[in-house]
Design a protein around this ligand. Structure first.
Ligand SMILES: Nc1ncnc2c1ncn2[C@@H]1O[C@H](COP(=O)(O)OP(=O)(O)OP(=O)(O)O)[C@@H](O)[C@H]1O
Length: 638
């Protein structure tokens, strides 16, 4: 797992990497080494516990042929004496061999299941580590998701498949040598059965390529199908599916996607069958030729009946052993390209830990200078943006949808690295600081914050897991304080199991919160972090008027001495901000206090006037003592 300080997404490279996998020549030793290393790291004892019985079974079976030959010799060729007595030992040994092979193979089968689980856990652990620590930018590209899905669906089980293949190869090779030696002594002619082996190996190699190509080609279609499946089973979409009557339409799309997938599987199966049949045909032709040759040899008196009997036993043995060998090699070849895929995924650069680099202190001043940002899709979201935030200040970002506010907030929060320009933290370029250390000093309440389907206490304590794990682990007082500040305490304390209540109707004993309640929980989480910079992206979008007023009082008091970057469309809420940055198409159009911006009469004034007019109109429509929301031009502030 490589670690870099900077990681820029390059979709072209990602795509090229997946192709490179296909271009790589077969590299059996590398794949075997990788797979063996993985299985050994996952569980050396389990690996040995699987291999030893397999080895025993193989060696024991190799003794079969000489025993059969001896037995046949006793029964057919040697006419004198008591046959039964002399056949007792070989018969007994045959029974022992059969029993030992059976026991060893049963033990091996069970141990392999355990090994499978252990290896899966190991590989999944690394997969999850990388997935959760790669640069956020990866999550903005379909290529990353395609690889994620391909690795998840195909590559995670491959190390074990290679080791199983290896077991097959080892077993097959040992068995093959033993059988070859035995056959050489009895009926060398039967060795022609080995002629197709190299061809079968080539067939297996081709099959491996076909499997990988198929997986790469069809990952997008599979992802679409999985997404459509989730739309019909997820709680998040359940209401809209019913409200808009989407079930039939979505089901139809799922049918179409399934049809396409099954068609692809059919074509792929036909292609694979053709290749496999070619190999089987060759094997059958050679076996038929051998049979003819054996019959002819018996007829000509060049082969005794005992020898013919040995050939009859040798043929299936030889066929089985060579098949086991070829299958083992095939399994490795088939999995190898997926292993490369997995290795590449594991090598995706991840961010360094917060402590790997210079320390980052609480914010005194953050400066954004001439910053631009371009998404992997090509969208230029920010251009030449300048912005300063100092401790104790509230700086607001306003602007129309898509103007770049959230993107700028993510740049400030250390989640996106700017494509151009510089961000400094207390005068130090953040490009030289570990992003995790910068983020340690920032609390963000995202516009689309997470609804953790976990107990309420975790939903808040996730704001600072280090703090939650420190000391005696009693986060109660801190969580309660943050919940009170965010106006969430009252309803959380009233939940069936208080803070221990899971916040999801999908969990046993759980409950669902309203949109506004969720928003207060998300705010409590950000406050619990207690960092020097608080970024609030639309923190009041789902709040009622009273809660909104309380929120901004909270923000003012809770953030004394800290810096706040506030994004909102409700311009009444930014009147008291120290500075307001007006964004338009990724550019800072204007900067100033509320009064300065109004005086200038620019874009901000126009937006503010639009909102104020809407409020005046709706206020006028209310008669009597009907309650109205505060006018943006009115007196309510922080
Ligand atoms: N993950 C993404 N990948 C590609 N483009 C994106 C992504 N997120 C946002 N954009 C684009 O970047 C631009 C800025 O988006 P951003 O979310 O920063 O706007 P915003 O001002 O916060 O909008 P809103 O007020 O609607 O929340 C938009 O054109 C948007 O389409």
């Amino acid at each position: 797992m490589g670690v870099v300080a900077h990681q820029r997404i390059d979709p072209v490279t990602l795509r090229a990497e997946s192709r490179r996998g296909r271009r790589r020549p077969a590299a059996l030793p590398r794949w075997v080494r990788q797979a063996w290393g993985t299985c050994w790291a996952a569980g050396p004892r389990d690996l040995l516990a699987t291999l030893v019985p397999q080895f025993v079974a193989t060696v024991v079976l190799a003794a079969l042929l000489p025993l059969v030959r001896t037995l046949l010799h006793v029964l057919v060729d040697d006419a004198g004496g008591d046959r039964l007595t002399r056949a007792t030992v070989p018969l007994f040994l045959l029974a022992v061999v059969g029993l030992a092979a059976g026991v060893a193979s049963a033990v091996q089968g069970q141990r392999q299941k355990v090994l499978g689980e252990v290896v899966q856990r190991h590989v999944w652990g690394r997969f999850l580590d990388v997935s959760a620590r790669v640069d956020l930018t990866h999550y903005d590209t379909p290529e990353f998701f395609e690889r994620l899905e391909r690795v998840r669906l195909n590559a995670l089980t491959r190390p074990l498949a290679v080791v199983q293949g290896l077991v097959g190869v080892a077993g097959g090779a040992v068995g093959l040598v033993a059988v070859v030696v035995a056959v050489w002594a009895v009926a060398p002619i039967a060795l022609v059965l080995l002629v197709p082996v190299p061809v079968l190996l080539l067939v297996a190699r081709r099959g491996g390529r076909q499997e990988f190509e198929f997986a790469v080609q069809h990952a997008p279609a599979l992802r679409l199908r999985a997404y459509l499946q989730s739309t019909l089973t997820d709680r998040a979409t359940a209401s809209e599916v019913r409200s808009y009557g989407l079930a039939t339409d979505l089901r139809g799309r799922w049918d179409a996607a399934s049809e396409e997938w099954i068609g692809a599987v059919r074509r792929h199966a036909r292609r694979r069958t053709r290749t496999i049949l070619a190999g089987e045909l060759l094997t059958a032709l050679v076996a038929a030729g051998l049979l003819v040759a054996v019959v002819a040899a018996i007829d000509a008196g060049r082969l005794s009946v005992a020898q013919a009997g040995a050939v009859a036993v040798a043929v299936p043995l030889l066929a089985n052993r060579s098949r086991q060998f070829v299958r083992g090699v095939g399994a490795i070849l088939e999995s190898g390209l997926f292993l490369d895929d997995l290795t590449d995924f594991h090598a995706t650069p991840v961010e360094p830990e917060a402590h790997d680099g210079p320390a980052v202190g609480p914010l005194e001043v953050l400066r954004v200078q001439d910053v631009s940002f371009r998404f992997a899709s090509g969208t230029q979201a920010l251009r030449g943006v300048d912005l300063d935030v100092r401790a104790g200040e509230v700086v607001a970002l306003v602007g129309e949808n898509g103007s770049g506010k959230s993107t700028l907030a993510k740049v400030v929060a250390g989640l996106h690295r700017p494509s151009g320009g510089v961000v400094t933290w207390n005068g130090v370029d953040v490009a030289g600081l570990p992003p995790a250390a910068v983020r340690r000093q920032v609390a963000v309440m995202f516009q689309d914050f997470a609804h953790w389907q976990l107990p309420a206490v975790d939903n808040i304590a996730f704001g600072d897991v280090e703090r939650a794990h420190r000391g005696d682990g009693d986060v109660g007082p801190g969580v309660e304080g943050a919940a009170r500040e965010a106006g969430a305490w009252e309803f959380l304390a009233g939940l069936p199991a208080g803070l221990d209540t899971p916040l999801s109707a999908e969990r046993p004993g759980g409950t669902e919160l309203s949109g506004g309640q969720w928003q207060r929980v998300a705010l409590a989480r950000a406050l619990f972090r207690g960092s020097g910079l608080l970024i609030l992206d639309e923190p009041s979008a789902a709040l009622d008027a009273r809660a909104e007023a309380e929120l901004f009082t909270t923000v003012r008091t809770a953030t004394r001495g800290r810096a706040v970057l506030l994004i909102t469309h409700r311009l009444a809420n930014v009147r008291d901000a120290d500075r307001i940055h007006v964004l338009r198409d990724g550019v800072v159009d204007d900067v100033g206090t509320h009064e300065e911006l109004l005086r200038r009469g620019g874009h901000y004034a126009a937006l503010y006037d639009l909102q104020a007019r809407a409020f005046r109109t709706s206020s006028a429509a209310v008669t009597g003592d009907g309650e109205t929301r505060a006018d943006p031009s009115g007196t309510r502030g922080w």
